[in-house]
Design a protein around this ligand. Structure first.
Ligand SMILES: [Zn+2]
Length: 88
């Protein structure tokens, strides 16, 4: 799990996601399934009780607190959906 402070923190992960182009499946708002090299990972984007945006991915990198490309791929969808919700 890591706390999302800004998009610049995801630059490398976004670059990798663009290269790898993982499949992102919508589960429900804030919860996505992203294809990895061998299996699917679950990415959960939420605001914690202090208002921090937290991103959890079930892969090993994210367990160590790294911003992985699964999270970057899921976040690009999540941010778009969040904007739509605010606009609605
Ligand atoms: Zn991951």
């Amino acid at each position: 799990m890591f706390i999302l402070k800004g998009i610049e923190q995801l630059e490398k992960a976004i670059a990798k996601a663009k290269k790898v182009r993982p499949r992102v499946e919508f589960d429900r708002f804030g919860r996505y399934r992203v294809s990895g090299s061998k299996c699917y990972y679950t990415v959960i984007c939420r605001k914690d009780e202090r208002g921090y945006k937290t991103v959890t991915c079930t892969c090993r990198g994210a367990e160590k607190g790294l911003a992985c490309y699964h999270a970057a791929a899921a976040l690009s969808l999540h941010i778009g959906l969040a904007r739509q919700q605010q606009a609605a």
